[in-house]
Design a protein around this ligand. Structure first.
Ligand code: V47
Ligand code: SF4
Length: 392
């Protein structure tokens, strides 16, 4: 028997709670776990038990490989028609002098800053500005593609897309085709928050609801575009809300297979209307990653977003089900620094992200947005890397 199976079988056999033991056996046997079992893992299982199971599944799927990418963000504006309670970053239109609104020229200057540098992805996401419409973004996408055709454009949350398409009086499919034609390659996972309608009313009233979010991703998948999915946790949701959120994503993934990765997003509580909520502990965070790995059995990857978590917690997630770290970033996003993250200027050189992964005995593999492997750094010498302009 494979040593990993032997070890995890022993962990499960030694579990004294019969229901937790049965769920563990199902996971070892590659059987799907269901709603009540997911909730039970949160309620009853200790971190060592879910952690060992999640690490087993992670290694069964990916061994020690830990993916990362070289990317940067463009945040066109933080002016937003919505006022989500957890958002520290947005400003209403009436207060737009406190925020930023980038022109196409300014955004192209940001893209040109990377000329000759080996980034593979630009992530475009921002507030929902009432005057930046579909055709503004069509022009941006076209200009980026004309300048750098090989750069993968991952852009716009379902919240931004829903608003853009409705304003342009286009169906989701029509709008998505316009953006795809202009150069949009895939969708990021933002805006999902928690799908439960009551919680949504309390934390992000008015913006696209669960069905609308899922429909936008379903449509993208039907048009052969991939996307990611997120879940905002650690606020006023309970364990059932978390599992039912995952359940809806898992069902859509059964239908389309178009999701690449699931990204849990932890509420950071500075400078927003949810500062009264204490941030979740590192133990809760690791448990959430582990249960995500176990429940999202048809998602190939679980990603930790280090600008939100901090580097050390991000390293720790790699033992709790996570096999993917986003990314080099180059200090190009403000969403989490404005919400109180310890990472006030999030940026990692390739050498630094490789070192971070190697330090916890995992195998760093650079990927593109669609998880094609670009380079395995397992045998690369860190001191050689740190002296090379290619990796710094
Ligand atoms: O939808 C905003 C979240 C999201 C806070 O797809 C907050 O690869 C916690 O979705 N505390 C946008 N979360 C970011 C996002 C994302 C990030 C990295 C990679 C990908 C990807 C997607 O940020 C929003 C919202 O859920 N958010 N404010 C906050 N205070
Ligand atoms: Fe606007 Fe997004 Fe912030 Fe909500 S989370 S207020 S939609 S920028």
């Amino acid at each position: 028997m494979d040593m990993r199976i032997e070890q995890i079988s022993r962990v499960v056999e030694n579990q004294t709670d019969a229901a937790l033991r049965k769920t563990g056996e199902k996971i070892i046997n590659k059987e799907r776990i269901f709603f009540d079992e997911g909730v039970m893992l949160f309620e009853k299982a200790g971190l060592p038990y879910v952690g060992a199971l999640a690490n087993y599944v992670r290694e069964r799927l990916h061994g020690n490989k830990t993916y990362f990418n070289r990317n940067f963000h463009i945040e066109p504006t933080n002016v937003c028609v919505f006022s989500c309670a957890f958002c520290s970053y947005s400003r209403l239109y009436a207060q737009r002098d406190e925020g930023w609104e980038l022109s196409i020229g300014q955004m192209m200057d940001m893209v040109k800053k990377y000329d000759g540098k080996p980034v593979t992805e630009v992530h475009i996401v921002g507030g929902v500005h009432p005057k930046m419409n579909l055709y503004f973004f069509v022009e941006l996408l076209q200009k980026i593609k004309a300048h750098r055709p090989d750069l993968h454009i991952k852009g716009f949350t379902a919240v931004e897309l829903d608003y853009m398409f409705r304003k342009a009086k286009l169906s989701v499919e029509e709008g998505m085709k316009v953006l795809r034609e202009a150069g949009l390659d895939s969708l990021p996972g933002g805006g999902a928050e928690i799908f439960d309608a009551d919680i949504r009313t309390q934390i992000c009233d008015d913006k696209v609801n669960a069905d609308g979010w899922l429909d936008i991703h379903r449509t993208a998948h039907r048009l052969d575009m991939h996307s990611n999915a997120t879940m905002l946790y650690g606020h006023i949701e309970n364990y059932k809300h978390r599992i039912s959120h995952m359940e809806r994503l898992r069902s859509l993934q059964d239908e389309t297979g178009g999701f690449n990765t699931f990204i849990p997003l932890k509420l950071r509580n500075k400078g927003n209307d949810m500062s009264y909520v204490a941030e979740s502990s590192v133990i809760e965070d690791m448990k959430l990653y582990a249960v995500s790995r176990l429940y999202m059995d048809n998602f190939p990857h679980i990603k930790a977003y280090w600008p939100m978590l901090g580097r050390q917690s991000a390293q720790l997630t790699l033992s709790f089900g996570v096999n993917d770290l986003d990314g080099t970033i180059d200090d190009s996003t403000k969403i989490y620094s404005m919400a109180g993250s310890e990472e006030q200027h999030p940026s990692l050189s390739t050498t630094e992200i490789v070192a971070l992964i190697k330090q916890v005995k995992r195998e760093p593999v650079e990927r593109d947005t669609l998880y094609n492997e670009i380079k395995n750094y397992k045998d690369m010498d860190l001191s050689l890397m740190s002296n090379s302009p290619l990796y710094n």
